[in-house]
Ligand binder design. Structure first.
Ligand SMILES: Nc1ncnc2c1ncn2[C@@H]1O[C@H](COP(=O)(O)OP(=O)(O)OP(=O)(O)O)[C@@H](O)[C@H]1O
Length: 327
């Protein structure tokens, strides 16, 4: 019997797609017989070329879609739909604009039927956990991007899910805010003991956050390798990102990804329509954003190695060409 908190057991996911209104229906295989276990209480980061199926993986775990074959297990039981045992944080904060920060954090608790007094305590506790005690009465439009993302994290944690699913949650933030939220997330993870599955394009982010990093192949996505991140005592050094161990892991992941990114690009070039101009994305700096779920806007100016490639959820069969660099 598996001791994994989460198990993707030979999961395949295909989507029906059409290149145009009159075109015949085809199929895209996003994930192919993917197997991955996540240990209880671990912080697991998933990296892979754009379009390799990272978000699909998270959607399956979140119960937002079902595998075509294979199964996704949480505590040994198949996922059949969304549940309060799994909290999801997306790149776009998805806050309710008509509710204050406190009101947003209270949202899941109301759905869960938590009584008012207990709810107020939980809201106050979680706003404090993310450093926003003084902003309980602020509306989303009165908060910075980093603050909004903190509220989204507090909201997901407040109803006490066992597992936190994070789909590029910091990609739209500037470098400083991202760095501080990464540190904060590690602190919250250590304080709460949640199992975290975190998706990113950033290799630095993966090494900094992950206790293990699962590297995916280009589409159809599989797990290429899972790397144990050994950085020693992270608190003992001033800047863990400049340590030899950090550089070693960054290079290790970059090497694994390089070929996958090339493969993803060549698939896309083959699928690209010749009448459409090529698009470019540099280190997460997207000249032509492909939607909320694709790579971040790269406010860091390319400091962090990012994995690019390119897939468009809205028009998957008419995939565009992008140029990418890793590292
Ligand atoms: N609802 C959908 N309908 C059709 N195709 C889809 C759908 N969702 C995803 N796909 C396709 O499945 C593949 C994997 O998509 P997914 O969004 O999971 O990749 P990703 O690794 O998260 O990409 P990115 O890093 O760019 O966000 C892509 O080819 C995408 O076009």
């Amino acid at each position: 019997m598996s001791t994994d908190k989460v198990l993707f057991d030979r999961v395949t996911k295909t989507f029906d797609v059409r290149a145009g209104r009159r075109a015949p229906t085809g199929a895209v295989t996003a994930l192919d017989q993917l197997t991955l276990g996540v240990r209880p209480g671990e912080f697991l980061v998933v990296v892979g070329p754009s379009g390799c199926g990272k978000s699909t993986l998270l959607d399956l775990l979140g119960g937002l879609s079902r595998p075509t074959s294979g199964q996704v297990l949480v505590d040994g039981r198949p996922v059949t739909g969304p549940g309060l045992d799994r909290g999801i944080v997306f790149q776009q904060y998805a806050l309710l604009p008509w509710r204050t920060a406190a009101g947003n954090v209270a949202f899941g608790l109301e759905a869960k039927g938590v009584p008012r007094a207990e709810r107020d305590d939980l809201v106050a506790h979680h706003l404090e956990l993310v450093g926003l005690s003084g902003f309980a009465a602020h509306y989303p439009h009165e908060l910075s991007g980093g603050m909004k993302q903190r509220v989204a994290i507090a909201r997901s944690l407040a109803y006490d899910p066992d597992i936190l699913l994070m789909d590029e949650p910091f990609a739209a933030l500037d470098a400083q805010t991202r760095d501080s939220l990464q540190d904060e997330l590690v602190r919250i993870w250590q304080a709460t003991g949640k199992t975290i599955v975190f998706i990113t394009h950033g290799i630095d982010e993966a090494v900094h956050l992950g206790r293990r990093v699962a590297v995916m192949t280009s589409r159809p996505g599989r797990i290429k390798q899972v790397i144990e991140i050994e950085l020693g005592d992270r608190g003992a050094v001033d800047d863990v990102r400049s340590s030899d161990a950090f550089r070693h892991h960054r290079h290790e992941i970059w090497t694994l990804l390089r070929d996958e990114v090339r493969a993803a690009q060549s698939t896309e070039r083959r699928a690209d329509r010749p009448d459409r101009p090529a698009r470019r994305r540099w280190l997460g700096r997207s000249a032509a954003p492909t939607g909320a779920r694709t790579a971040g806007t790269g406010a860091d100016g390319g400091r962090t190695p990012e994995v690019a490639g390119g897939a468009d959820r809205a028009a998957p069969a008419a995939v565009h060409t992008e140029e990418a660099r890793v590292g």
